[in-house]
Each structure stands twice: as C-alpha cells, then as structure tokens.
Design a protein around this ligand. Structure first.
Ligand code: SAH
Ligand code: SF4
Length: 460
C-alpha cells in the first residue's frame, strides 16, 4: 500500500517518522507521491505546547474525515496517530478521533507494520502505549532508498537517536510524561548504525536526545566488553564522540539538545580533539532570572549558565551557541523578563527560539496560575525576537571577510541561482557561483555580507 506521514514537532519526531517509513517499506509498502493518493495516512504528533497538539489532532481529524466519506470500497485510507499526543491522551484519543484506526505512543513504533495489517483486515481503534521504562523498538530503521555514494544527489545528512526520554522534570514540561525515563541506546549499536549510514553516503550525523550530554548516565551505554577509550575519556558522551570520530568518511558530527550541566572539560576536550565535531551547541536557557530558573527546576543559575557559554567561547570565539527561551512563565515579572533579555545579550546567542508559556496538564507548573496575559506574552516574544535580529546581525557581521567551510545542501530556497549549506556553527551560508557544485560537497566560502540569520559569500 502507499503511505504518507505528516510530522509535527521536533527533530526527534522527524527522525522517528523516518524510522516508521523505513519499517513500512521493509514490510512492502511504498511512499505515496502525496497525501491524496495515500492508502495509509499517519500523523506524528507533538504535545509540548497546547497549540502543537491541537494542530496535529486537527490534521488527523481531517484525514479521518476522508475515511468516513469512504474513499473506496475497502474503506481506505487507514489512519493512524502516533507520537507524544497519543501517550498524553491515552484512550481519550478516540473521543477526539472516533474513526482512528490506530494510535501508537513513542517506543512502540516497531509494532506499526503489524497494526497496519490488522487495520487492513478491518480492526480499528487499536491503542499501543509503552511504560516509562520500556526498551524502544524500531528506532534504528533507516530508509534503504539512499542513493549510492558518489551519486549527485546523495542524502548526506542523517539523524541518529541516542537518548530517549528525559529525567530532568522541568516544572513546565510534559516530555518526561510522554517520552518516559531516559534510555541511552548502547554505544555499540549507535556506532554500528552510523557506520552503516556512512557506508551509504552519509557525511553528517546529528545525534538526538532531550539532553544528549546525559547520555549513558541512567543506564550504562558501554559494557564491560567494550574496549576502554583510547583517549582516556571516562564520560559516556565524549567517549561516544571519540568512537564516532574514528569512523572514516564521517565528516561532521552534530548533536542536540544539551543542558549546561553537561558542558564539562571532557566535552570541550572532545571539541578540541575531533575536528568532525561541529562547533555549535543548542543550549536551552529558558530564563535569565535565577528565581524563575529555580521555580522551573532547571538546576543551574544564570551565572552557571553563562559560565558554560564562556567556556565554549574561550575555546573558540566563533563557537555558535543557540537557545530556547520561554516567555510568560507563571509569575514572570517585568524584572524577570528583563533578566532574560540581559542574559541573552551577555551570552551573545547566535540564534534563539522563543516560546510563549503554555500550561501542560499534569506538570508542576500547570498548578500555578497562568497569570501573564496572552498580549504580554506576545509582547515579550516580539521584544526578544527583535533583540535577536540585532544580535544575530552583529554576530554575523564579525564573520564578514572570514572563509567558512561549508557542506553544500543544495539550491537556496529563496533564490535557486545561489546555493546554500552550513558551516560548522550551523550557520546558513548562501554562495555563488554554483556551476558544477553538488550536494554534500565540502566548499570554502569567503563571506562578503551578513544578515541576522544568514551569511552570504563567494566560493574561495
Ligand atoms: N529537551 C529539550 C527541550 C525539549 S522541548 C531541552 O530541555 O533542551 C523544546 C522547547 O520547548 C523547550 O526548550 C522549551 O523552551 C519549550 N517548552 C517546553 N515546554 C513548554 C511549555 N509548557 N510552554 C512553552 N514552551 C515550552
Ligand atoms: Fe523537558 Fe526539561 Fe527534559 Fe527538556 S530537559 S525535555 S525541557 S523536562
């Protein structure tokens, strides 16, 4: 059958949708050219904010409506909802989506091909939700459709999930409830997966987890059978970087997201020793006010956060640091907000994502009054975004005149006469001329001008 997957939310979801696609293909299904011709329709949902969940459920409702109207004699399409909203809603998902064939929470994606078969036999309203400690299934599947190495259109970037779940329990966050406890995939499994990807033309991997620097803390990622780290690394994450950096042909290693507690000297040593490890860290700060940080349960102070940034920039002044910020947390005063503003300036973020606080049922902060008005959240959001435009411009201008090593991603979406790629700091670099350039090629670009979120230049 032909399938189509619609994905909401984070990179973890993007990766999981890809794994589900690979599982469906292994079971004999094929990718549909578009939603309209699909016989299996899957929505991968997000629930981190209320609006995200509504969008996913709304989309799935529209797809179920197609089904109710009876698109063909078999009653197709089969419609499934997967991901974080399923775990949050449980059985209640069928109150909102009565015509849903299956609903699967994270960690049980390995069951999806079997559920599709059962749905094809007429079964409906099937629900699969894991416990918080379940070992996931199906996560290592990658689409086989990657072209051979050297082909002009190699898909050279891949996501690899290394850490599932989260044990941090920040007061506002529903992720630990819907993605369970931390589970670090065994290092050997991760290294094998990356080796396989590189063999199929992948040059850049991005390692995924809610808090990747906590890799191997809760459950051991290395067993007694694994050889000790040649470089003497004792922390599991830097040691994983060391093993991946030893894979020939792997040119870049990225990872996201990180918590400042994990910015250890060993991590900085790994950045220094392994040129493949990209000089960019997504380090969500959430707030610049110590009072709010304590209420959020983030386990660091403003000063500790800034010390982590200073450490990275001391090692490399061009090191790119990006962040997430929440505005309008319960009780956030104007002073708290101004503290966030000033922290963002001190940290000199290269990019920032700002989120308006949204209470999530069952989290600690949901018990507090959501007392910052929508208009005020919007105002704070706009202020931070405007600040970031100015800051991004200033930071990028400092790079004018430098030569950046860029891994080419393809024609620039805005102007196909130019091509674009990213530098080690994950900055988008748009360049000309582009005759004869191919995707995945490594080029040197001399930067001639800067915009808040983009660098422009010429091939050096
Ligand atoms: N694990 C990542 C974050 C995952 S959620 C980390 O901690 O680094 C992505 C972002 O969504 C968070 O960084 C936070 O800024 C935002 N977020 C999470 N819960 C939220 C809520 N209830 N309201 C608004 N934003 C939220
Ligand atoms: Fe949520 Fe905090 Fe875990 Fe990130 S670290 S997923 S914000 S609980």
């Amino acid at each position: 059958m032909k399938y189509h997957i619609h994905t909401y939310g984070c990179q973890m979801n993007v990766r999981e949708s890809e794994a589900v696609a690979a599982l469906l293909e292994a079971a004999g299904h094929v990718r549909a050219a578009g939603e309209a011709e699909a016989e299996i329709l899957i929505v991968n949902s997000c629930t981190v904010r209320d609006m995200a969940e509504r969008k996913a459920i709304g989309k799935c409702g529209n797809l179920c409506a197609l089904k109710r109207d009876g698109r063909n004699w078999k009653g197709l399409p089969i419609v499934g909802l997967i991901g974080c909203a399923v775990t949050r809603l449980g059985e209640k998902v069928f109150d909102q989506l009565p015509h849903l064939d299956f609903a699967v929470g994270s960690r049980r994606y390995g069951l999806i091909p079997a559920l599709v078969n059962r749905a094809a036999m007429g079964e409906t309203r099937m629900l699969e939700i894991s416990g918080p400690d379940e070992i996931p299934t199906g996560l290592d599947a990658h689409p086989q459709g990657l072209p051979a190495e050297g082909a002009p259109d190699v898909n050279f970037q891949a996501f690899v999930t290394i850490l599932l779940g989260c044990d941090n329990r920040c007061s506002y966050c529903i992720v630990p409830d819907v993605r369970g406890h931390e589970y670090s995939r065994p290092a050997r499994e991760v290294v094998e997966e990356v080796r396989g990807l590189v063999g199929r033309g992948v040059k850049e991997v991005c390692l995924l987890g809610q808090s990747v620097l906590r890799y191997g803390l809760r459950n051991k990622a290395w067993t007694a059978d694994d050889a000790p780290s040649p470089g003497g690394y004792t922390e599991a994450f830097p040691r994983l970087l060391e093993s991946l950096a030893a894979i020939p042909g792997l040119e870049r290693i990225r990872f996201t997201s990180a918590h400042p507690k994990g910015c250890t000297d060993e991590l900085v040593r790994a950045y220094r020793e392994f040129p493949q490890v990209c000089r960019h860290l997504h380090l969500p700060v959430q707030s610049g006010s110590d009072r709010v940080l304590a209420e959020m349960g983030r386990h660091y102070t403003r000063a500790e956060y800034l010390a982590a940034v200073t450490k990275l920039r001391a090692f490399d002044p061009e090191f790119a640091v990006t962040t997430d910020v929440i505005v309008g947390y319960p009780g956030e005063t104007t002073e708290d907000f101004e503290a966030t503003r000033s922290l963002m300036d001190e940290a000199g973020f290269d990019n920032a994502f700002v989120f308006k606080y949204s209470p999530r049922p069952g989290t600690r902060s949901a018990a507090l009054p959501d007392d910052v008005s929508t208009a005020e959240k919007e105002r704070r959001d706009q202020v931070l975004l405007a600040d970031q435009e100015v800051r991004g411009q200033a930071r990028n201008e400092k790079l004018v005149g430098t030569v950046r090593e860029v891994l080419v991603e393809g024609p620039s979406p805005r102007n196909p006469a130019r091509w674009s790629g990213r530098d080690s700091g994950n900055r988008i670099v748009v360049f000309t001329p582009c005759e004869g350039i191919i995707k995945g090629q490594r080029v040197q670009v001399k930067i001639t001008s800067a915009r808040p979120q983009t660098l422009l230049g010429e091939l050096a």
